[in-house]
Design a binder for this molecule. Structure first.
Ligand code: TXA
Ligand code: MG
Length: 311
């Protein structure tokens, strides 16, 4: 579907400071050359994103990541276990790190990720520099899991969209920071807390409240237009119901079999669909909080949180 020529053209767009939306195994990213401040700034513009939200730098392998950040042993182990894959590791920047400080939003740290999607891999290898990429949606909107979502959300702001079909994981990467004594879970995501704790042999500390530890965790980050009510087993007649497992009313279900991986992959797509259909109220079935359920519930809570009317 995507040719070597497409990849070469996308690299050229990045080199010239343009934006390229590309698929990762989690969600689509809105990519820019991480070493060009103006290119990075144009991401914030295209997203309408608050400046204090730092970005993830994507690289093709662990060796490339370790040239940008200072990895303690536990971070190395975690990277070895889950990269390439839906994991982001936050460490201190090395003094030689060429990534724009704007991408770190002024923090001395950097978030690094090695995506496994073959298109992302091809692009990163062809381009040869780190690519910063937030999820390719307008700020405060649902993360895109298809190229069409990207087109509708930020189509005008992006020079090129690499269409790699629907993304597999469907929720963003898990973000773990190694900035203090204990590793911290800053954002639940595609790799579960239990999987990570099994590798590092310790419990993950919770993200601390406040802009320093979880600067991207705005309450409004994952909002559809419709109002959202969670943990509902019996919806009101004016609500569109999103089922899970045995809880089912109407056509929408995150997973009829009650499978959390399937629910994660369907989550944003379903919310997009129901939003696009013009629903005003959405009620969601209770989702168990283990494994990927923690990330799903986290996204749902953000989506349900009170928010300003987005443009
Ligand atoms: O799956 C993903 O992670 C997708 C794909 C495109 O890679 N990207 C993504 O990026 O979700 P974004 O910008 O929507 O979310 C990045 C998260 C935010 O919560 C942000 O606060 C956090 O990573 N983050 C980035 N740099 C950080 C840093 N230096 N310290 C703490 N958190 C950081
Ligand atoms: Mg995002």
């Amino acid at each position: 579907m995507i040719s070597g020529q497409d990849i070469a053209r996308a690299s050229e767009v990045l080199r010239q400071g343009g934006l390229v939306a590309f698929p990762t195994e989690t969600v689509y990213g809105l990519g820019a050359d991480a070493t060009q401040d103006e290119a990075v700034a144009s991401i914030y513009a295209a997203k309408g994103r608050p400046q204090f939200n730092p970005l993830i730098a994507h690289v093709p392998d662990q060796a490339a990541a370790e040239r940008l950040g200072d990895f303690p042993q536990a971070a190395r182990d975690l990277a070895a276990a889950f990269w390439p894959g839906p994991l982001t590791i936050v460490v201190n920047r090395l003094p030689s790190c060429p990534v724009s400080l704007l991408a770190s939003a002024g923090l001395p740290s950097i978030a690094l990720r090695v995506p496994s999607h073959p298109v992302a891999q091809d692009l990163l290898r062809a381009f040869g520099r780190p690519v910063v990429a937030p999820s390719a949606n307008r700020s405060g909107r649902i993360s895109p899991t298809t190229a069409d979502h990207v087109r509708h959300s930020i189509g005008q702001g992006v020079a090129m969209i690499l269409d790699g079909g629907r993304t597999q994981v469907g929720v963003e990467s898990t973000v773990v920071s190694f900035l203090d004594d204990q590793p911290r879970l800053l954002r639940p995501g595609g790799v579960s807390r239990q999987q990570i704790e099994a590798i590092i042999g310790a419990k993950l500390a919770a993200a601390e409240a406040g802009p320093l530890h979880a600067p991207g965790q705005l309450e409004s980050h994952y909002a559809p237009r419709a109002a959202l009510r969670l943990g509902v087993t019996t919806p009101d007649s004016n609500e569109v119901y999103v089922g899970f497992g045995p809880h089912h009313h109407g056509p929408y279900s995150l997973s009829p079999e009650g499978n959390l991986q399937q629910a994660a992959a369907n989550l944003f797509r379903l919310l997009h669909e129901i939003d696009a259909a013009g629903a005003e109220r959405i009620a969601v079935a209770p989702i168990p909080d283990d494994g990927l359920g923690e990330a799903i519930n986290d996204r749902l809570r953000r989506a349900a949180a009170a928010r300003p009317q987005a443009s």
